[in-house]
Design a protein around this ligand. Structure first.
Ligand SMILES: Cc1cc2nc3c(=O)[nH]c(=O)nc-3n(C[C@H](O)[C@H](O)[C@H](O)COP(=O)(O)OP(=O)(O)OC[C@H]3O[C@@H](n4cnc5c(N)ncnc54)[C@H](O)[C@@H]3O)c2cc1C
Length: 257
């Protein structure tokens, strides 16, 4: 396969890579962004978007689009803690069944600026003074990433999915980087020659590990199990709007939730 030349190569098209491509392209700087995945994120994951991020997105003219795509207000109104009925971790599926989300509620607090005390103009002051944007936004990365990729490609950035970064070298003669990548569709390797190489390839970054960059922040010490489900819980949520629902049995579960 012949090599490709580009001034800028971004490895990864997640929130970090896609926003880097969008911000660079807003200055007329273009390049190539690659991602091993077949497309943008397929699960929501990161979603609460703070005002500073939205200020930056407003600078490149996409904040209104973000507010159109995301949620505010009642959907981010509360954090809730409620009782869970399951007897063992193997019956974890019960956690998502209606009876447990609808079980006894231990506590509920207002979140993300939705405390009624803040809803009058006078009390909203700290949010309003901090940003021209109308508050914190719940914008899942499934919706944010395609928008950023579209913005960058409309401004001339090239994007290749199904392209896995393998390693890089620096060429002594001209100091350019040679990134070896694999086209996952054709199962062939080729080189991308670039002046600037950006590693935005997530928590298990190969770029960072090849540079021996120390990852100074480990995980929080707890074990997290992620279960992705799709079900209709509208009938339960009407009176339980919340951004996060913690299910637990007081005293018995600590540190499990
Ligand atoms: C289950 C789960 C729930 C989460 N919930 C939240 C939450 O509620 N709130 C929150 O703020 N965050 C949450 N996160 C974390 C959030 O998803 C990450 O912080 C965020 O995605 C990091 O963005 P990133 O662009 O740095 O990396 P990623 O989103 O990991 O993107 C990495 C990109 O690099 C590509 N890539 C990786 N390796 C290679 C390679 N070798 N070659 C080419 N491309 C490569 C991937 O295909 C992808 O495009 C959650 C994460 C998980 C897993």
């Amino acid at each position: 396969m012949p090599s490709i030349s580009t001034e800028i190569l971004i490895v990864g098209a997640g929130p970090a890579g896609a926003s880097l491509a969008a911000f660079l392209s807003s200055y007329g700087v273009t390049g190539l962004m690659i991602s091993a995945a077949p497309g943008t994120a397929d699960t929501p994951r990161a979603h609460i978007t703070n005002l500073s991020a939205l200020d930056a997105l407003r600078d490149i003219g996409v904040a209104d689009e973000c507010y159109r795509l995301g949620h505010q207000g009642e959907y981010t109104m509360h954090y809730r803690w409620c009782k869970i009925k399951f007897q063992s971790l193997t019956s974890i599926w019960l956690m998502v069944s209606g009876e447990t989300l609808a079980e006894q509620e231990y506590a509920r607090i207002y979140s993300w600026g939705n405390d009624p005390k803040r809803l009058t103009w006078e009390q909203k002051g700290d949010y309003a003074a901090a940003s021209p944007n109308p508050g914190v936004l719940d914008l899942p990365q499934t919706l944010l990433e395609p928008m950023l990729v579209r913005f960058a490609t409309n401004k001339g950035f090239k994007v290749q999915f199904n392209t896995q970064f393998l390693s890089f070298n620096r060429r002594k003669t001209d100091n350019l980087y040679l990134a070896t990548v694999q086209d996952r569709l054709r199962d062939v390797e080729y080189e991308i020659v670039c002046k600037y190489l950006f590693g935005a390839d997530g928590g298990r970054s190969l770029v960072a590990s090849q540079l021996s960059l120390p990852m100074t922040i480990g995980n929080g010490g707890a074990i997290a199990t992620n279960v992705h489900i799709r079900c209709d819980i509208e009938h339960l949520m009407k009176v339980r709007q919340g951004n996060l629902h913690w299910n637990l049995r007081l005293k018995r579960d600590d540190p499990w939730m």
